[in-house]
Design a protein around this ligand. Structure first.
Ligand code: GUN
Length: 292
């Protein structure tokens, strides 16, 4: 069994990005500029955004954090999005989700100029991804593809089961794993209403778990020699930690790991790759790689 080290891989990629940025700057170019919009004070969102700003520093990017209180109106937030769309000094930006219930996330996402949508959530980017055109690909599935590629894991022709059908992970992951230029695999998507879920999982050469239920994937659901990618990051209370919680994956790692050829742990697997892929998307935005 080989552990997939997302932390080390992410550090290597950030160093590669930083090297490229210094070359761009030496050649007279601008540093890529990412803006992040954060509404309210949700602990998880605060941490994510703080880590995104830190990653920008590590990559040599410029970053701007725009903050609003929880009671910002939808129109104020949409105006902010429109300003960022028009701001030529900003290459790409994100609006951290979730948003308060009085604001339509979909409206916000659709107001973002798809050419600056480094999260890859805008329907134009989602649609272009689905038909294999150049676009921003959302960070978690992109990070998983990058881990599989860097670990030399062959996916072509393999049976891949994706557990979960969210717009951010499950759906794009399944799309990419089936595409000729990415996974080139035979893909099955399972969810809370799938019949024979255990049998489907047991048939998988590559099992990608993204359902947000701690320890859901047990040893009897994993074929010997399978590759298991754990996308789960549920916070479970843990009084022994300073933070009061620990992150728990969707896979019962202790009992599953010995069966696998490769397995990604939580934490330290997919998680660190996600922010790193946002940085790769921002680099592409800075170079106007997809949309001129
Ligand atoms: N909330 C949780 N993950 C993400 C993400 O990748 N992007 C944004 N904008 N919000 C999130």
């Amino acid at each position: 069994m080989q552990l997939i080290d997302g932390k080390a891989t992410a550090a290597a990629i950030k160093a590669e990005i930083a090297g490229e940025v210094e070359q761009m700057v030496s050649a007279g170019g601008r540093r890529p500029h990412l803006a992040a919009v954060l509404v309210g004070h949700d602990g998880g969102s605060e941490t994510y955004v703080k880590n995104k700003v830190k990653a920008c520093e590590e990559c040599g990017f410029r970053s701007t954090l725009v903050r609003y209180e929880e009671d910002v109106t939808e129109e104020e937030l949409l105006d902010c999005v429109r300003r960022l769309n028009e701001d030529d000094t900003v290459d790409g930006f994100i609006v951290q989700l979730p948003l308060p219930p009085h604001i339509s996330e979909q409206k916000v996402i659709e107001t973002i100029d798809y050419r600056k949508d480094v999260d890859g959530f805008h329907p134009v980017n989602v649609g272009r991804m689905a038909i294999g055109l150049p676009c921003y690909i959302s960070a978690t599935p992109k990070g998983i593809l990058e881990l599989l590629r860097r670990y030399g894991i062959v996916t072509s022709g393999k049976k891949c089961v994706v557990l979960g059908r969210s717009n951010i992970v499950g759906k794009p992951m399944a799309q990419l794993m089936m595409q000729k230029d990415y996974g080139d695999a035979t893909v099955t998507v399972c969810h809370s209403h799938s019949r024979d879920l255990k049998e489907e999982c047991r048939a998988a050469d590559i099992l990608i778990a993204a359902i947000g239920r701690p320890g859901f994937v047990t040893a009897d659901m994993v074929k010997n020699g399978a590759v298991v990618i754990d996308v789960g990051t549920t916070r479970v209370p843990d009084a022994s930690r300073k933070s009061g919680y620990r992150l728990s994956g969707d896979v019962d790692f202790e009992n599953v790991a010995s069966r696998c050829s490769y397995i990604s742990p939580v934490p330290g697997g997919v998680g660190p790759m996600t922010i790193c892929m946002l940085m790769l998307n921002t680099l592409a935005a800075g170079k106007k790689e997809y949309y001129g």
